[in-house]
Design a protein around this ligand. Structure first.
Ligand code: ADP
Ligand code: MG
Length: 347
């Protein structure tokens, strides 16, 4: 049998499986590399100073649709996506680089708008834009942002530190960005049929903002610091709660119980989900792009987190053998969670 020409479709592995497969033989050579592949950012150490580095690539038609995403918002969001990964390490962002691949359809003016978005983000988060690269593309716009941040030695928080009995906490509310996307998609479909129709966005400003103008939760990192809480594990919610819980549990070699009724959902998220006859919980678990922080804290910190209106305790860490489970509100049934998040590489 000739297996030489046999090829494996990427879809058999999915995004996470592919990364794992391609990088499993990569070894770290330098003592300055404290953490390589496998977290929200890499951690480097130079003369007692720890630096985090993270990068994200956004592709037109995959991550954004320019039919309804203004260039300025796109610029802002491209930076947020990266700052969110820096904060997820309990680090503070300091610099970014921005690389672009541009097709012929873009004007100087539209790219100026993109840069206004980059700059607004940099100004708001006190970050310097220090370089990048520019090239052409056959297929539309590609934006790659790399962020560099700083963290006090011993303070970096990994995905791998969660311990049995730790409380699982989440900032803000979930599912809004996904519902905002559904709203934009719906109005875009209407527009494609009749360009004279005005989009119907009334009453949904919050979920629209969640999709178009997310904020990385540096304020939560500050709040935890002032509450004197060092999370045991942390990740940002870019792919949906399910997938991020799986990442923390896998890296920490633990399981979790998360309670359905505890998952924070905004009124508009619930209202629009009802309008579309979908369960808002699905948006929170599998929607993604909320850019909230998911973290675990020792049980002893319960009193510190319970009074923060922006932090919700949604469950606790259990033994690995118990699995990664959602406890349903109705009968208290434990449902195993699956990482169905933003995973365009898996069928
Ligand atoms: P996030 O959603 O936080 O951006 P990812 O799921 O994209 O994280 O990546 C998980 C880990 O895999 C990170 O450490 C990231 O740097 C690494 N990674 C992703 N893609 C590649 C790649 N093509 N080669 C090497 N490492 C990668
Ligand atoms: Mg991340």
């Amino acid at each position: 049998m000739d297996n030489k020409n046999k090829t494996t479709p990427v879809s058999t592995l999915g995004e996470f499986g592919l990364i794992e497969h391609l990088t499993k033989n990569i070894e770290l050579k330098n003592p300055q590399t404290i953490k390589g592949i496998g977290d929200d950012a890499a951690v480097l150490e130079y003369r007692g100073k720890q630096i985090v580095v993270t990068t994200d690539l956004l592709v037109e038609g995959i991550h954004f649709n320019l039919m309804y995403v203004p260039m300025r918002h796109l610029g802002y969001k491209s930076v947020m996506v990266n700052l969110s990964d820096v904060f997820a390490m309990n680090a503070y962002p300091r610099q970014i680089t921005v690389s672009l691949a541009i097709s012929g359809k873009f004007s100087v003016e539209s790219l100026e708008e993109l840069y206004k978005g980059f700059q607004m983000a940099c100004d708001k988060y006190n970050v310097d834009l220090i370089g990048g690269d520019t090239t052409s593309s056959m297929t539309g716009l590609l934006i790659s942002v790399t962020a560099i941040g700083e963290v006090e030695k011993g303070k970096a928080v990994y995905r791998s530190g969660a311990k049995v009995n730790d409380l699982i906490c989440v900032s803000g509310d979930l599912g809004g960005a996904y519902m905002g996307l559904q709203l934009l998609e719906r109005e875009n479909e209407v527009f494609k049929i009749d360009p004279k129709m005005q989009p119907q966005f009334q009453g949904y400003d919050y979920i629209l903002g969640r999709q178009l103008k997310p904020e990385a939760r540096g304020d939560v990192i500050e709040a935890l610091k002032s509450l004197n809480i060092q999370p045991t594990a942390m990740i940002d919610i870019s792919d949906g709660l399910s997938s991020e819980l799986m990442h923390i549990c896998k890296a920490s070699k633990v399981g979790c119980h998360v309670y359905e009724e505890k998952i924070p959902l905004d009124f508009q998220t619930k209202k629009f989900a009802e309008e579309l006859h979908i369960n808002p919980l699905v948006a929170a678990l599998n929607g993604g792009e909320d850019y909230e922080l998911l973290f675990t804290v020792p049980l002893a910190d319960h009193d510190k987190v319970k009074n923060d209106p922006d932090i919700t305790v949604i469950g606790h860490i259990v033994d690995a053998a118990e699995g990664v489970k959602l406890i349903s509100a109705l009968e208290g049934k434990a449902i195993p969670l699956q990482a169905q998040g933003w995973n365009p590489l898996k069928k």
